[in-house]
Ligand binder design. Structure first.
Ligand SMILES: Nc1ncnc2c1ncn2[C@@H]1O[C@H](COP(=O)(O)OP(=O)(O)OP(=O)(O)O)[C@@H](O)[C@H]1O
Length: 249
């Protein structure tokens, strides 16, 4: 669960270049909801994600994760709840290391499991089982380096790595922007599958309105630091894809 209560974020306060990136925003995203965030450039989407992740702190207001007030908790303190996937498939994994080692590092970094570096049969089996659920045939290539994979394969593994243990919240920051259409669809399909499988609360930021229409069960539209549209899952069922384009006119 993610909740913002009267959250504002002002950059460069009191200076000529002051920006009100988020204005007195209150929103609650329940467990299991998959929210898609859309909005023009500079409307506050990344600011919203950064505030949730703890990269930046609000100028005013409070942020709650899983019901706990995390307003002053730094990013590393929130990592047990939050998994985040970025636009660049190269970020988040080490190219020269094997798939398996990357999974080991991910699980050590988050300290979600007391895994030891070295052979741990149970861990390998768990990774194999999870990787095979992607249906990409990568479960038999766990010793292959991450750098030898395609951007789509790598992003799918990054996604899987990030949610495998105890993360409850998945933040997807334009995860398909650098991918070809087929790989992009694969990633979003994987995200759908993992969100359901792990019962995650998820937020996807995208400029792709077709994806916003096809994925998730709630849409938030940001404009000039405010949420100007909040489309619930029942309302979403009644709209057409073309309606989303009209919101930007
Ligand atoms: N660290 C920062 N310092 C100063 N201004 C910032 C900072 N981060 C964001 N802003 C400003 O806040 C506003 C909202 O930016 P934000 O990145 O949240 O928009 P966005 O909706 O994610 O845009 P895009 O679609 O282009 O990624 C913009 O005017 C931006 O220039």
């Amino acid at each position: 669960m993610i909740e913002l209560k009267n959250v504002s974020k002002t950059f460069n306060k009191g200076k000529a270049n002051e920006v009100n990136a988020l204005k007195n925003t209150s929103i609650k995203i329940e467990k299991g909801e998959f929210v898609v965030v859309i909005g023009e450039n500079g409307s506050g989407k990344s600011t919203f994600l950064n505030l949730v992740a703890g990269n930046i702190y609000p100028s005013e207001g409070n942020i709650y994760l899983q019901g706990e007030d995390v307003t002053k908790l730094p990013e590393f303190g929130r990592s047990r709840w939050i998994a985040r996937v970025f636009q660049n498939p190269l970020s988040g994994t080490a190219s020269e290391l094997s798939i398996l080692t990357n999974f080991r590092l991910a699980s050590l970094r988050t300290q979600r499991k007391k895994m030891v570096i070295g052979t741990n049969r149970k861990f390998v089996e768990k990774v194999k089982e999870q990787v095979s659920s992607l249906n990409m045939g990568l479960e038999n290539k766990l010793e292959q380096s991450m750098g030898s994979l395609s951007g789509g394969q790598r992003q799918a593994l990054t996604l899987l790595m990030s949610v495998m243990d105890e993360a409850k919240i998945l933040l997807l920051d334009e995860p398909t922007a650098a991918l070809d259409p087929r790989s992009a669809q694969l990633i979003l399909k994987t995200a759908d599958q993992l969100i359901t499988q792990y019962g995650l609360t998820a937020v996807l930021v995208t400029h792709n309105l077709k994806d916003a229409y096809t994925h998730g069960n709630r849409i938030l539209q940001f404009s000039e630091g405010e949420i100007i549209r909040d489309i619930s899952s029942s309302e979403k069922e009644k709209i057409q894809q073309t309606d989303l384009y009209a919101w930007f006119e």
